[in-house]
Design a binder for this molecule. Structure first.
Ligand code: NAG
Length: 199
């Protein structure tokens, strides 16, 4: 426990040390127009808005109606939303970090990027985790195959985001370790090898 606290403190300090302080951008909209891209905070916000109602649909399921047939359209919609985010994040490769992290009020600190990224990851992983607790044996294999597709896709998105923002991993890990068991349960933990921790 003491060792863990010490580690957390080191991680927190390392995390706080990273910030891309920059002069406040003059006009966010002009910036968006110039790079022809959506900065990462906007991409994450859009993803969160898109998946929130879908995640609620999963949380409203009961063991009686949690079937592969019922999960399929919800999972399909979540995948569409994650794929939109993946495409938007790919556009940001090679764009300056101050543009990548631009918001309407300035440049987001890495600590805060970690919070919003962790927020949307936890939203999706917790809903998937809930389904794992209710799905009946007869539906389990088919439902797990669907859920695994979502988790793998989120892994792709996460890896792309981490490659964009230096120092993000150390800030993000403490915020998502609690939900990563979901990847293990779905046998797709290998997809998250890029996190550099054993799951
Ligand atoms: C499952 O049943 C619950 C409780 O009746 C309901 O709220 C939910 O909308 C249902 N979901 C589906 C996908 O049928």
């Amino acid at each position: 426990m003491v060792a863990f606290r010490a580690f957390s403190l080191v991680a927190a300090l390392a995390c706080a040390a990273f910030s891309f302080a920059a002069p406040v951008t003059p006009a966010y909209n002009a910036l968006e127009a110039r790079c022809g891209c959506s900065p990462l905070p906007a991409v994450i916000a859009t993803l969160e808005t898109s998946v929130t109602p879908l995640v609620y649909e999963l949380h409203y399921m009961t063991k009686d109606n949690c079937t592969a047939a019922a999960v399929t359209p919800i999972v399909a919609d979540i995948k569409v939303a994650v794929n939109v985010a993946i495409a938007d994040v790919k556009v940001l490769a090679g764009v300056g970090i101050e543009t990548v992290l631009a918001t309407s009020t300035g440049v987001l600190a890495v600590v805060d990027v970690a919070k919003i990224v962790a927020g949307v990851i936890c939203l999706i992983f917790n809903a998937v985790g809930y389904i794992l607790t209710i799905v009946v044996a007869a539906e389990r294999d088919a439902v797990c195959a669907l859920l695994a597709e979502v988790i793998v896709l989120v892994g792709t998105l996460l890896q792309l985001i981490l490659s964009l923002v230096g120092g993000l991993l150390v800030c993000l890990l403490p915020l998502i370790t609690n939900v990563l068991y979901v990847a293990v349960r779905l046998n797709v933990a290998g997809v998250f090898a890029f996190l550099g921790i054993s799951l």
